[in-house]
Design a protein around this ligand. Structure first.
Ligand SMILES: Nc1ncnc2c1ncn2[C@@H]1O[C@H](COP(=O)(O)OP(=O)(O)O)[C@@H](O)[C@H]1O
Ligand code: SF4
Ligand SMILES: [Mg+2]
Length: 371
């Protein structure tokens, strides 16, 4: 079912890169550089992902956080080259180090081609928010997991079935030997979620992308799934990209964080640094909006004022300027802040941390050419 959604054709240029030419850091499994994924609608171009850059370290968890509409899901789907028309990856790089050490630029692959099909599942697997987006209602969950296993591994039916049962056991599916023959309509929401996770993890991908997998679940099932991801991660050296609007979950499970706003990464860094010293006003606002532990009932969340604008209404200058408590008139509404490196694995995109004077001249030019 992952292959159901078909899309555009690959961009020109070679997708297989020489390791030196790619310049990837050896500790990274994936490097996303200036990714742009746009939707060409009747009403204009929606820049859902508008220059996203971040890296996924090997064997670690990166949390991608931001309010609804900030481009998290489209970023995740771009990594699998699963963008529905009228959308497509317009520019940028998605470099992946494959199992054999080869470096591939996913942004340049033909989304219908055999290379990306081999990558989906074997290298990168996606856990959806809604299990039925990945599961078919007309096949048993066992047949779907077995099919996934057999695409990537040379196992006979019996061995693949045993492996599928084993996967279902590991995701705590009750009565796995029987439930393997169940259809989705025979399963509860939590069991469907487990079946989908079993399918995603069946081929031991090097990267699992979990797109708000816990949002629809009760707290106990959420905790089980988070524990399971952690356990599989330490055993298989798997990287996890965990997408959520909840910075509290990120604090619990992530090693690194990338904060997204309106199609861009506005801050990223190791989780402790981000919580101890958030540099971007949006990150600070997200941290203030986390419910405090131990404060029951009366504690009021500090909501972030205003709403994320639609990408077709992107404000001039800094995309956060109309909500920012530290807004500098004449500066923040005129200059687009670049993502600046401010430390080891630490970037921020805010003019409080940029050389504004040096940017002014460049931005004048950029504004003119945008129009
Ligand atoms: N098929 C589509 N056509 C047009 N715009 C889309 C489509 N899918 C998503 N978008 C837009 O892309 C933006 C980012 O969406 P998304 O990545 O789903 O955000 P998030 O996952 O952070 O909530 C949203 O403004 C959304 O309206
Ligand atoms: S650039 Fe200005 S408006 Fe944008 S986050 Fe920084 S201070 Fe706020
Ligand atoms: Mg989403």
């Amino acid at each position: 079912m992952l292959l159901r959604k078909k899309i555009q054709y690959g961009r020109p240029g070679s997708a297989i890169l020489d390791a030196d030419a790619a310049g990837m850091r050896p500790e990274n499994l994936v490097e996303v550089r200036n990714l742009q994924t746009h939707f060409f609608t009747d009403r204009g171009i929606v820049k859902a992902v508008d220059g996203v850059s971040f890296a996924v370290p090997k064997g670690k968890t990166i949390g991608i956080v931001g309010e609804s509409g900030s481009g998290k899901s489209i970023t995740a789907r771009s990594l699998m080259s699963l963008i529905d028309p009228p959308g497509r990856i317009v520019s940028g790089e998605i470099l992946l180090e494959r199992q054999d050490g080869q470096i591939v630029d996913i942004a340049r692959l033909d989304p219908f081609g055999s290379e990306i099909r081999a990558i989906r599942g074997a290298d990168i697997a996606l856990i959806f928010q809604e299990p039925m987006a990945a599961l078919s209602p007309v096949h048993t969950i066992g047949n779907q997991i077995i099919e996934m296993i057999q695409i990537h591994e040379d196992l006979d039916d019996k061995a693949a079935r045993d492996k599928a049962i084993d996967m279902l056991r590991r995701v705590d599916m009750p009565k796995a030997e029987q439930r393997i023959d169940a259809y989705t309509f025979e399963l509860s929401g939590g069991m469907r979620q487990r079946a989908m996770i079993a399918m995603a993890l069946a081929c031991r991908p090097r990267l699992v992308i979990a797109d708000e997998p816990t949002t629809a679940l009760d707290v106990t099932t959420q905790a089980t799934i988070l524990d399971l991801l952690r356990e599989l991660q330490s055993r298989d050296e798997m990287s996890v990209m965990f997408i959520t609007h909840d910075l509290g979950v990120v604090a619990e499970i992530a090693d690194e964080v990338a904060v997204m706003y309106l199609g861009r990464v506005v801050e990223r860094g190791p989780v402790d640094d981000i919580f101890e010293q958030p540099m971007h006003p949006y990150t600070r606002a997200l941290i203030r909006s986390i419910p405090k532990l131990g404060v029951r009932g009366r504690h009021r969340l500090e909501a972030i004022s205003g709403m994320v604008p639609h990408p077709s209404n992107r404000p001039q200058g800094c995309p956060f300027h109309d909500r920012c408590p530290e807004f500098m008139p004449g500066v923040c509404d005129r200059i687009v802040p670049p993502l600046e490196k401010i430390g080891e694995r630490r970037d921020v995109s805010c003019l409080l941390h940029s050389d504004v004077e040096a940017l002014k001249a460049a931005s004048e030019q950029e504004t003119t050419s945008d129009e």
